[in-house]
Design a protein around this ligand. Structure first.
Ligand SMILES: Cc1ncc(COP(=O)(O)O)c(C=O)c1O
Length: 386
């Protein structure tokens, strides 16, 4: 199946129209879901419609992949059954002995994939402070094959200068990957800044409604590595279902408006938290006090829907604040319509490096005044103990 990414008009138009066409056989404007696992050959044994077997390709998956490639400005996209499966597949394009430099503040699950699955297979993981391009440069060796970035990062919303790292990596002929799950292509286009791979947990903002588990990788160029990743998807088979692809294509149409609201609401909540006496530090790149604010302002359109905040007090204080929230839902994950709040260290487990007083908040689409009122009552009810 051909890879393509032909931008058509403004980004918002691509979000609504990209990858889609009216169904030729019925005229249906909203695409049908193709559940068939196999596709007919013609009398000569050919596949004139291009599809062979569900693991290899599917019309809903192809629509989604074309759409994602257009949104990220890449040469092609490859969809997976989860963000973790997408990450694993990228690592499988490497060879034993290769070294991966990974941002030390990145999704802990990606560290775990490298540590628990990649290292036994012969990869080497080296963590690096990705806010510091010089620190990255110093860690590069002849074995470095991939620099794995995430900006804003999870959970401390650290910012990496993507263009600067891309330039450094190109000089050393090293591939770069940016996990763009938190920013989404609505806010940040790593490929335009010179990054080679973009990774998504589509479970988050791209799905947007907390009802899909998925992942995707977008490649800047249709090179040998991209072909290898396609081979891994089709051969190893960590593919998304036709229904999940369909749901995601549906959700991508509203990504621009959802992200604009997530960002506006998060900015209001971040400002409120910064002024509250129960909060020691707010991590939100939209605040001028954030150390990565200037770089974020340069490479992002807005600052995202995720906030983390360190409370004054102890782990128990943080737990109690979460326990007193009435509107924000106590749950992990992010990017959905509902706001979620969690004590982050306890979800990451015993090897966490996240401060015990850190709360991670995914700001949803509720009215920000209601979110602020809920957080205010939860924080105020604990003031007496501080
Ligand atoms: C930034 C980031 N990348 C990747 C993942 C993994 O995605 P999934 O849970 O879909 O496997 C997550 C999940 O929380 C994430 O936050």
């Amino acid at each position: 199946m051909g890879e393509f990414s032909e931008p058509a008009g403004h980004w918002q138009t691509i979000a609504v129209r990209g990858g889609r066409s009216v169904d030729l056989s019925t005229g249906a404007v909203t695409a049908p879901i193709h559940l068939s696992t196999t596709f007919e050959r013609d009398a000569t044994g050919e596949y004139p419609r291009g599809y062979v077997y569900g693991r290899l390709d599917n019309p809903n998956r192809q629509t989604l992949e074309n759409h994602l490639a257009q949104l990220e400005g890449g040469a092609g996209a490859i969809a997976f059954s989860s963000g973790a499966a997408a990450a694993m597949a990228v690592l499988q394009t490497l060879s034993p002995g290769d070294q991966v430099l990974i941002a030390q503040d990145a999704y802990h699950g990606n560290h775990q994939i490298l540590q628990r699955v990649g290292e036994p297979w012969g990869l080497e993981m080296v963590m690096v402070d990705a806010t510091d391009v010089e620190a990255i440069a110093q860690k590069i060796t002849s074995k470095t094959a991939l620099i794995w970035l995430e900006t804003p990062s999870n959970p401390r919303l650290q910012i990496t200068d993507l263009a600067a790292v891309a330039t450094l990596a190109k000089f050393h002929n090293i591939q770069t990957l940016c996990d763009n799950t938190w920013a989404t292509p609505a806010l940040q286009n790593p490929i335009k800044l010179g990054i080679h791979w973009v990774l998504h947990s589509t479970t988050k903002y791209l799905g947007g409604h907390g009802d899909i588990t998925g992942g995707a990788v977008v490649g800047a160029i249709a090179d040998e590595k991209f072909a290898r990743l396609r081979e891994i998807q089709q051969t190893a088979g960590a593919i998304p279902s036709p229904f999940d692809c369909w749901l995601l294509s549906r959700s991508l149409q509203t990504l621009p408006v959802r992200m604009a609201a997530h960002c506006d609401h998060a900015m209001a909540v971040a400002k409120f938290l910064e002024d509250h006496s129960a909060i020691a530090q707010v991590h939100y790149p939209g605040l001028p006090s954030h150390p990565g604010h200037a770089i974020a302002a340069k490479q992002m359109k807005q600052f995202g829907g995720m906030i983390s905040a360190e409370v004054r007090g102890s782990r128990q204080t943080a737990m109690d604040i979460v326990g007193r929230c009435k509107l924000l839902t106590r749950a992990t994950s992010l990017g959905s319509t509902e706001s979620l709040i969690e004590h982050r260290a306890s979800i990451e487990g015993p090897d966490t490096k996240t401060p015990e007083t850190l709360l991670r908040i995914s700001i949803g689409l509720e009215h920000p005044d209601d979110l602020i009122a809920d957080l205010n009552q939860a924080l105020n009810s604990l003031q007496i103990n501080l």
